[in-house]
Design a protein around this ligand. Sequence first.
Ligand code: FES
Ligand code: MG
Length: 568
Amino acid sequence: MTSGLRQGLTNYGDEGFSLFLRKAFIKGAGYTDEALDRKIVGIIDTGSGFNPCHGNMPSLIEAVKRGIMLQGALPIVFPTISIHEAFSHPTSMYLRNLMSMDTEEMLRAQPMDAVVLIGGCDKTVPAQLMGAISADIPAIQLVVGPMVTGSHRGVRVGACTDCRGYWAKYRADVIDLEEISAVGNELVPGVGTCGVMGTASTMACITEAMGLMPLGGASAPANGSARLRIAELSGKLAATKVMRPSSVLQKKNFENAITVLQALGGSTNAIVHLLAIAGRVPGLNLTLDDFDRIGKETPMLTDLKPSGTQYMEDFNKAGGVPTLLRYLRPRLHMDALTITGMTLGEALDRHPSSFSQTLIHPLNQPIFKSGALAVLRGNLAPNGCIIKQSSSAPHLLRHRGKAVVFSGSVDLQKRIDSEDLDVDENSVLVLQNIGPRGNPGMPEAGYIPIPKKLARRGVKDMLRISDGRMSGTAAGAIVLHVSPEASEGGLLAVVQDGDLIEVDVEKRTIELVVSRDELNKRSNVWKETVRPEVVKQRAGRGYRKLYETSVLQAHQGVDFDFLVAEKV
Ligand code: FES
Ligand code: MG
């Protein structure tokens, strides 16, 4: 018997009895000895009535099963939790580490020789990779695939960049309630992940670049036959070739992922996720500096929303990640291993060749010269913060302005649209206390809306700073992930209305222009008066307690401290 049901037989201290029991119980589900006496490939089902992005899960599972059985192995499907962006209170990020723990422990607990991880919606792929790397069993990532676009009054629309665009128009009184309701019927025209280069598609593409998914696996739409063929192939590979993450992942896999992330102008969330995923690999050190270093040398090559104009279905038709990898070849480690044991270069050589198209640009015709995602440092963010400069208004990339400060999401909601708010287009909007620990889950509130009175005057972008995140489908001159966060005593906590803030993206700096003496004074007051209150409000029980006591800062990937692998 190949390992199959024999994996991890320790529960009764008597291996023979444990195997006997396992067999007896699973026979209750109608299996024969012949079915059981073979390699077992697990399939993780993350379908849920609350996760419309994963609505094609049943057909994908069927196709994966077919692939596994074609190779003579036995597929066994099992669930883990499922996380959807819009149905995860307080945020999906809050639950990412929980899903990674669920994935890791179920992979350890149940007998299987390999696993097909099926994820898609934003946090599910990083959670699955984190769990599978920690469990270190042979694993391959399959995604549900992006949704296709809808159409509103003859204009193509897709979640969720256009959700934001239309909402901004509604806020600025450009469109009325009837029209915003009508567009709501078209933004999500079917199952699958958001149709732009948001977090879900960014994570899918960089997982492909990292070698943990077959080439071409990221971009095929959720509702097409190609998606099912990728699912079948994933099952086949899992039953035959797939290796343990520890045998595949080296720093060069992550460097390839970052190169692709920068060339895509991908989601800012991917930075946090990649740091967390790398954190699970023993001995591997990845830092924000790696993102900035690689970004400086990597032009943005793809015209995709939210930075550009096109949708995921167009990216797929243009050849998807393999085409991008071909253009990026001189900047990638072609000797990096992929999950099937081939190097990235070998896999690319075997993949159908690319053709002429206009969405993915060659290296000598970049869309944005370099560093779509840049890392800034300064007194306001000694451990770093990030900005997606490819989606910012260029005049704001070097900017000095007076702070307009909001103490948290509730304060923001209360005052942002007030006619009395002392703000103009040169102001710097600062939002405090939405970091990993301060507002558990680090909400995507970093996309601070333009104050209504300015939006009505046609102001489209302003410099905005917070310790939170923003959706991968959002755009603007938005500084995020300030570390340390306000509620951990970062200087962000003591910014006051009217303080001057200077950001220079080319120089990679962010400064609060206030004297050191004054800042020390404010910090001392904060420690004595605010800090005790912040600590008092923390939860006393449950997952939230675990989260609040263990979560790391943004520059460390927002993983739990006890889940990170040993670093040499
Ligand atoms: Fe699921 Fe955007 S909401 S991918
Ligand atoms: Mg998102």
